[in-house]
Design a protein around this ligand. Structure first.
Ligand SMILES: O=C(O)/C=C/C(=O)CC(=O)CC(=O)O
Ligand code: CA
Ligand code: MG
Length: 407
């Protein structure tokens, strides 16, 4: 990789190997714009592309990534290669430097218009733990679990950008010893640390996206916090699955890391036994396990380090499964991996597991204890992945604070 004329710290999570896309504004701006994070800066992509007369200027000049997502893989590759050239060719410095803004000056926004939203359940460790906690008298994994990536359709309209406050939801709950359900603020508000994927190029209704078609359709990855009210969920979910316990808010991180930046993070997924049906088999020599290291913090204290590489079903299999019945995907459709949990106690991606259903509260270094979230708590989920040449690919973080219920 050639050097940049821009001063970028060698260990920056936003070095030249990453170049994630997001939507930002500066104080006093008329509206948000598309940017690329580089070192301590954001490159105003639309302005730089217009100044350079780039053929893709229109696609990157909107107030969201929607135009870029819809443009398709050849354009994604062209934009990335062009930005890299701009940042490394000394002859380009004069034209590009005016379009760099300090990242500490900008506010980040929702990166794209969310179409449909699907949430999976693809960590074997998470599913096993949740099964044990919610259904102690049954086998922890349901009979279908190792044959298909289980998922449900979520509420796209309540996907919110990182930093948006999360109001504690109200709803029905009924504990095992309660004679009747009661209504009120959730007492078991939880998080779920997940990785999200956004579709760029749509697929045809009636067609299927094979496992090998993942990178032609999916633009990139980001972080997701699927806030969950466990008491509402436990009462409502039989037999149709999560509903109001998860539909009140889902937070996403502002930077979308393009799949091209994750080449060095690709790893073989765990061995699948039994072997899945043909349409779910990994494409030969094209593994889509991803070695992302997540970190979950509550009020600044690290409470978990979930490993994404351990996920049983890959995002390529999830997309293949989501479309195998002929259901199409559209630009802006997003899907989340499911809670990321590893085999160790310190690797669990939600409080339900970390505290084993609330029975073993966490002790935070500030002396307080948490079974579930309290009003005022701030949760941040971050992640990094290995990049080429020893570099680090940063995802930034998704954060949100809990506001009291509106009763
Ligand atoms: O097994 C259950 O009943 C509950 C599962 C979930 O909480 C669903 C979910 O959001 C999936 C996930 O994030 O892994
Ligand atoms: Ca979830
Ligand atoms: Mg949700």
């Amino acid at each position: 990789m050639p050097e940049s004329w821009l001063d970028i710290a060698p260990d920056s999570p936003f070095g030249l190997h990453n170049l994630p896309y997001g939507v930002f504004s500066e104080p006093g701006d008329p509206g948000p714009r598309t940017g690329v994070a580089v070192g301590a800066h954001v490159l105003d992509l639309g302005a730089a592309a217009r100044a350079a007369g780039s053929p893709f200027a229109d696609a990157v000049s909107g107030p969201s990534l929607d135009g870029l997502l819809a443009a398709g893989r050849p354009v994604w590759e062209q934009v990335r290669a062009t930005v890299l050239r701009w940042l490394t060719d000394p002859a380009r410095e004069e034209g590009v430097r005016p379009h760099l803004i300090g990242r500490d000056r900008v506010r980040m926004h929702m990166p794209f218009t969310v179409g449909d939203y699907v949430d999976f359940y693809s960590s074997e460790h998470h599913a096993t733990n949740v099964g044990r906690i919610f259904r102690p008298d049954s086998a922890p994994l349901t009979p279908n679990w190792k044959h298909l990536p289980i998922g449900y359709h979520g509420r796209a309209g309540t996907v919110v950008p990182s930093g948006a406050p999360v109001v504690r939801p109200c709803g029905q709950r009924k504990g095992p010893d309660d004679p009747a359900p009661v209504f009120g603020p959730s007492r078991r508000l939880d998080i779920e640390a997940e990785v999200g994927f956004v579709v760029g190029a749509p697929s045809r209704r009636g067609g299927r996206v094979p496992v090998g078609g993942f990178a032609d359709h999916v633009f990139g990855a980001f972080l997701v916090n699927d806030w969950s009210a466990r008491d509402l969920q436990a009462w409502e979910y039989v037999p149709l699955g999560p509903f109001l316990g998860k539909s009140f808010a889902t937070s996403v991180s502002p930077w979308v890391v393009p799949l091209q930046a994750l080449e060095a993070a690709r790893v073989e997924p765990p061995v699948r036994d039994p072997e899945p049906l043909e349409y779910l088999r990994d494409a030969k020599d094209e593994p889509w396990g991803l070695d992302l290291a997540l970190e979950v913090r509550i009020n600044g204290h690290v409470v978990a380090r979930p490993p994404f590489a351990q996920m049983y079903w890959t995002p390529a299999q999830q997309l293949a499964h989501m479309t195998v019945n002929g259901a199409s995907v559209r630009t802006g459709d997003m899907y989340a991996s499911g809670t990321v949990s590893g085999p160790e106690p310190g690797q669990r991606g939600c409080l339900l597991e970390m505290t084993w259903g609330g029975r073993e509260p966490l002790k935070l270094p500030d002396g307080s204890e948490r079974a579930f979230l309290e009003d005022g708590d701030t949760v941040a989920i971050s992640a990094t992945a290995p990049g080429p040449e020893g570099s680090v690919i940063g995802f930034g973080e998704v954060t949100g604070s809990v506001r009291p219920a509106e009763e």
